[in-house]
Design a protein around this ligand. Structure first.
Ligand SMILES: Cc1ncc(COP(=O)(O)O)c(C=O)c1O
Length: 385
């Protein structure tokens, strides 16, 4: 298990803030700060000028977040009927949404079409054929695979066709009269740097230009996916600097192409903070074990599914001891952090988890029938759960 970044102690002001939230809304709690989401969105817009942003709803499919992205004028990237339904319930205009899952049921395609989605993604001839009945109504992106062992989650392991397969799929689409309007890729989530994005942009540009020489409706859309990182190790993420190579690569593309991105993690990770409470403690083999009311089956599920390691903070200071922070379930995998040094904590102490907005609540379970952490919108006081 990777050791998290741990902060010991906090300012009086922040201690009061977290204690008040826990006493007002209960624990475990997830605290959503729309101001942080707005700032992240604005920073990404500035880091990627001219790129249309489609928030990847899967990162945190919640009304609080969707509403802010909508107010900011952003689009949405959905990957399932459930995500489409969420936007539908919130009355988000379907034309602002793209469907990016390369594998879909026919019913899901129909739901998305009814809602107003016209952009779909395929990565094989099989998926292309599913769109034949809807060919007059869809513009398709062909997803290419770019393996990236430097990303925390290498999504091209599972999706995307190879560069050598792409011309055949594009040629077949032309025969079938299914409009392939461009290409997409996702170079993996939580990327260490932007080198794979650059490779994707350059490779896809070359492919699109080569295919455009063959005539037919030109391809002029490139979707550069997500992968923009959260600051899990607290070293600071300068998104403008991270995106500099991407900006340079995009400048080489024809001016009249539409460039899209599907950011999830970068937008929402730092906008949500977890508050959890010590509910029990013991000393086992000279190590202090603290049992919390949230864990890897709950808000910390990203530690399992997403390979994330969230920065933690305890409010006490003092002499430190070898410690373990464990979740509330009966399973021994339910450990948030071990091999860390903490001051002596007491029952009812709070433990704060930072950068907990992406792939956290989205992947939690109900194991042991424990309740979900409630989500509070800090700005409005609105509470869910
Ligand atoms: C198709 C697709 N688009 C966008 C995203 C969001 O990526 P990220 O959270 O790295 O920005 C994902 C993540 O799994 C994805 O699968």
């Amino acid at each position: 298990m990777t050791s998290p970044h741990v902060t010991i102690g906090s300012s009086d002001e922040m201690q009061t803030h977290w204690r008040q939230l826990a006493s007002q809304y209960g624990s475990p709690l997830l605290v959503f700060d729309a101001k942080v989401l707005r700032r992240n969105y604005q920073e990404l817009v500035e880091a990627l000028p001219g790129v249309q942003l489609f928030y990847a709803v899967k990162a945190h499919p919640h009304a609080f977040i969707v509403r802010v992205i909508e107010q900011l004028g952003g689009g949405f990237d959905v990957a399932s009927g459930g995500e489409t339904d969420l936007l539908l319930q919130l009355k988000v205009f379907g034309r602002r949404t793209i469907h990016t899952h390369p594998i879909k049921k026919d019913a899901e395609i129909r739901t998305a079409l009814r809602y107003g989605v016209t952009t779909f993604v395929v990565d094989s001839l099989y998926e292309l054929e599913k769109l034949i009945p809807y060919r007059g109504r869809v513009g398709v992106l062909l997803r290419l695979s770019f393996r990236n062992l430097g990303a925390a989650v290498d999504l091209s392991r599972k999706f995307g066709c190879s560069l050598t397969e792409a011309p055949e799929i594009i040629a077949r689409a032309r025969e079938l009269d299914v409009h392939i309007k461009g290409v997409s890729f996702h170079v993996g989530s939580q990327c260490a740097d932007a080198s794979k994005h650059v490779e994707g942009i350059e490779t896809c540009c070359e492919l699109m230009q080569r295919m455009n020489e063959h005539g037919g409706t030109p391809m002029n859309v490139m979707d550069i996916g997500g992968g923009f990182p959260a600051d899990y190790n607290r070293q600071g993420v300068d998104i403008h600097k991270f995106c500099a190579p991407i900006r340079a690569a995009l400048e080489q593309l024809p001016d009249d192409w539409d460039i899209l991105a599907e950011p999830g993690r970068y937008l929402v990770a730092s906008a949500v903070t977890s508050i959890t409470t010590v509910v029990g403690k013991s000393i086992r083999d000279n190590v202090r074990w603290y049992y919390l009311d949230d864990g890897v089956y709950g808000s910390y599920s990203g530690q399992i599914y997403d390979h994330a390691c969230y920065p933690l903070q305890v409010l006490r200071t003092g002499e430190s001891f070898p410690s373990v922070l464990a979740g509330p379930t009966c399973d021994s995998i339910d450990v948030i952090a071990e091999g860390i040094e903490l001051p002596e904590l007491e029952v009812d102490d709070l433990v704060i988890g930072h950068e907990m907005g992406a792939y956290t609540a989205a992947t939690r379970t109900r194991f042991n029938s424990l309740p979900d952490a409630r989500l509070v919108d800090l700005g409005t006081g609105e509470i869910d759960g």
